[in-house]
Design a protein around this ligand. Structure first.
Ligand code: MSP
Length: 519
């Protein structure tokens, strides 16, 4: 693999970013940072979804233009991802001129191809989903099961996309590629949904929705938000039907497209059909993550339990997002739902990042200074079983990431940290020093520090700032690729002096923290 292109869903800008949105961006960022240590050319796309009836209505209520409203809210997402050190390569807005032009060309191409046709239609439209629902999608009260509202009866002449033409090909693709949809248990859900698919309406009359991309050949219609939104993954790279940038040629198809389980249908069916219609290669994997709840409850404005990444950072007085990134990234096994609670957050990151990992490095470096004035002597440099364990861990972590099992990989890293801690306890370097066994004591410290170099590399995707801090004190090059990690990084000579030793993670101190991250 020479390049690695990964994308997130693009968030609706009708609200502010919350930790559910953040979960997805963190997962994707951790994935791309991990692969940046395996593949030279890594590219991550994220952005915002700005068209549709909800934006039109909200901006009208605020008495500002939809574009002004989008500008204001898009910035909130940009700021939030900066706060969380999301290292994306590109941020797309669906109001970007190049995106609008490309979507229009895509639509016209599909009209010309006969895959998009005009048709009179009467249907049930849920503005929350920005989608037409069928009778069988509704709950027993006739409401949209997600938004708990009755859909509007909409009667219009719309353009339709021949989804049914691609049904068999999509089914075949899913069946032939068992790891196309991750986790695999979601593939069955999609196959069931495919059983009943119909052609879908892909435009709206401007009389109902006008905040959208105009159909190039028909000024009475705007393009359906999902066709607009889904296309971002290729328009961002400069795909525009008849003109195709080198960036697109280089990066498409994506290795993995990260999305929430609620929008898997749109990606595994609509998006794939669209790519098939455009005769473009398909992404290698779709990763459908689960949902983040707050104190085991669904986050919602009406429950008043929406937590923003910023409020977590403030509540715990954190100047680096690493702890939150680590907590979120390990919140749930792949594809399963996860939960955020203030107490659990504090307990987990204090236990893992401060006690297990941070203290281990701090204590070891302090002993090196105390007993050897921070110097590694030649005779300390030995082989160790612990290096074997670390090599195994690198392999296991890579294997988990091959299946985007981000939380599972974090578990393996902390198993290694636990082994190092056990090694220290078992060998008690402080006792060895007391008994005057200085060579043995130095060996133990050396083995720990050498293994901690690998730990800093492995933890880097989750906690880039902590990893930098560790690497700095270990004089270790964090740019090392995972396959190039050797266990001879710590060299003979002075490694560190007392005033260079800094804790890599301070326990979250409730003393300064407001009671909760909830607003
Ligand atoms: N705009 C569409 C996506 C278009 S992609 C071409 C959309 N936007 S959204 O803002 O509603 O959601 C954006 C992403 O955030 C989705 O992948 C969604 O699953 C995810 N999440 C929103 N709330 C979430 C949680 N509470 N927990 C985890 N992720 C959730 O859908």
């Amino acid at each position: 693999m020479e390049k690695f292109y990964t994308t997130t869903a693009i968030d609706y800008v009708n609200g502010a970013p919350h930790i559910g949105h953040a979960y997805e961006k963190i997962l994707t960022d951790v994935i791309q940072r991990h692969f940046s240590k395996r593949i030279k050319d890594v590219y991550m796309l994220t952005g915002v979804d700005e068209h549709g009836i909800k934006i039109q209505k909200t901006s009208a209520l605020l008495n500002i233009s939809p574009k002004e409203f989008c500008d204001m809210n898009a910035q909130k997402f940009i700021d939030a991802w900066k706060l969380l050190d999301i290292n994306y390569s590109q941020f797309i807005r669906t109001t970007d001129e190049m995106h609008i032009k490309a979507v229009q060309k895509i639509f016209t191409k599909l009209i010309n191809k006969g895959d998009i046709y005009k048709h009179s239609y009467k249907g049930l439209y849920c503005s929350g989903c920005e989608a037409f629902l069928s009778e069988k999608d509704l709950d027993e009260d006739g409401n949209c099961p997600v938004h708990k509202k009755k859909p509007e009866v909409v009667s219009e002449e719309n353009y339709f996309f021949k989804l049914t033409k691609y049904k068999d090909a999509i089914i075949k693709h899913i069946k032939d590629n068992p790891d196309f949809i991750i986790p695999s248990f979601r593939a069955n859900e999609v196959l069931n949904q495919l059983e009943n698919i119909e052609d879908i309406s892909v435009s709206r009359a401007k009389t109902s929705v006008n905040w959208g991309i105009d159909v190039e050949t028909d000024d009475s219609q705007v393009i359906y938000v999902w066709i607009d939104a889904l296309s971002n993954y290729i328009t961002a790279l400069g795909y525009s039907v008849d003109s195709i940038d080198d960036k697109f040629k280089k990066y498409w198809p994506a290795e993995v497209q990260v999305i929430g389980k609620d929008i898997l249908k749109f990606h595994a069916i609509y998006w794939i059909a669209l790519l098939m219609a455009l005769e473009l290669p398909l992404p290698k994997h779709l990763l459908a993550h689960g949902w983040i709840t707050i104190d085991e409850a669904k986050m919602s404005k009406s429950l008043g339990n929406v937590v923003s990444p910023e409020s977590v950072m403030k509540a715990f007085n954190m100047d680096s997002p690493d702890a939150f990134r680590y907590y979120m990234a390990s919140a749930a096994p792949v594809g399963k739902d996860g939960n955020y609670s203030d107490d659990d957050f504090k307990e987990k990151v204090n236990a893992h990042l401060a006690n297990s990992m941070g203290n281990l490095l701090n204590r070891t470096l302090s002993m090196l200074v105390k007993y050897f004035d921070g110097e590694i002597k030649k005779e300390f440099i030995v082989e160790s079983e612990l290096f074997k364990k670390a090599k195994e861990t690198i392999k296991e972590v890579k294997h988990h990431f091959d299946y985007f099992e981000v939380a599972e990989a974090a578990g393996k890293i902390f198993e290694l940290v636990d082994c190092i801690n056990k090694y220290v306890t078992d060998n008690a370097p402080w006792t060895l020093a007391k008994e005057g066994k200085m060579k043995e004591c130095g060996e133990v410290l050396y083995v720990v520090l050498e293994t901690m170099c690998a730990v800093s590399s492995l933890i880097y995707p989750y906690c880039p700032n902590i990893a930098q801090n560790m690497a700095k004190q270990l004089k270790y090059n964090l740019d090392t690729f995972y396959d190039d990690i050797t266990f001879n990084n710590i060299k003979e000579g002075k490694l560190i002096s007392k005033d260079e030793i800094k804790p890599v993670f301070l326990r979250l101190d409730s003393e300064f923290a407001p009671k909760s991250a909830k607003k």
